[in-house]
Structure formats: structure tokens, C-alpha cells
Design a protein around this ligand. Structure first.
Ligand SMILES: [Zn+2]
Length: 135
């Protein structure tokens, strides 16, 4: 999505990363499948790495195409694809605070307006809740 017109007349623009008014929504029914998928990907990668057959894993996953990630990028690429397939977009109008939730695979959105009628920045990153990943 690049632009979404809100009912209030504001245009929500999505043309960059780290938007304070955009989030991904994980439906509870998709959460378990995501975790199972992560487990399967990790196991397949570990088995292939131990067997010295990462090239064959990449061939099975991407085919013998010119473009494919390097073995070290395999898990990141596959996890991003899995996460994208398991989640949906939510936008918050910075003018009226209305939430726009994507419904279905196509770019159809359903809106929900806050009682306050104002932008609450509910999708913005809260510094105290930022995930910390160890190396
Ligand atoms: Zn709006």
C-alpha cells in the first residue's frame, strides 16, 4: 500500500519504513502456525547445515534461479516471508486517530474510530517496550 484515504480527508502515506502510524497485526489464529513455521524453518536449516547441504536447501526453496539469498541470509528471508504471510497491516490516521485494519489478502481496509476523535499514537513505538535482541 502506498496511500490510503481516510474518511476525515487525510491521506495516509506508506512509502518508507519505521512509520509511527503503521503496525502489523497478528491474529491469534495465525500465531501458533507462525511459531510452528519458525520451528520447521530452523530445523530444516540446522539439518542442512549439519549435512553440508545448504545449497540443496536453497535450490528446493528458491529453485535454481539467478537471484536467491546467500545461505547466511536464508533464515532471515524465510522468517520475513512467514511473518508477512501471518500478519496484516494496520494504519492510524494522524488527523482523526481512526484505525484502518486490512482485511483479506487484497488491499481492503475496515476502520475503527477512537472515542477521543483524535490521534492517540497507539501504533507508535514506546521506547520502554522496544524489543532487545541479543547476538
Ligand atoms: Zn482520519
Amino acid at each position: 500500500m502506498s496511500k490510503l484515504g481516510c474518511s476525515c480527508g487525510h491521506v495516509i502515506v506508506d512509502q518508507t519504513d519505521d512509520l509511527a502510524y503503521k503496525a502489523s497485526l497478528m491474529r491469534d489464529g495465525h500465531e501458533e502456525a507462525l511459531y510452528e513455521g519458525i520451528g520447521h524453518l530452523s530445523q530444516a536449516f540446522q539439518v542442512a547445515a549439519e549435512a553440508g547441504s545448504l545449497d540443496q536447501l536453497l535450490d528446493r526453496t528458491y529453485g535454481k534461479t539467478a537471484w536467491r539469498p546467500k545461505a547466511r541470509d536464508y533464515l532471515g528471508d524465510r522468517l520475513c516471508n512467514l511473518y508477512a504471510a501471518s500478519s496484516t497491516c494496520v494504519y492510524e490516521c494522524q488527523n482523526c486517530g481512526r484505525l484502518w485494519v486490512q482485511r483479506g489478502a487484497e488491499h481492503r481496509f475496515v476502520s475503527f474510530a477512537p472515542d477521543s476523535g483524535t490521534y492517540e499514537a497507539v501504533l507508535a513505538v514506546e521506547p520502554s517496550r522496544s524489543p532487545v535482541m541479543g547476538e
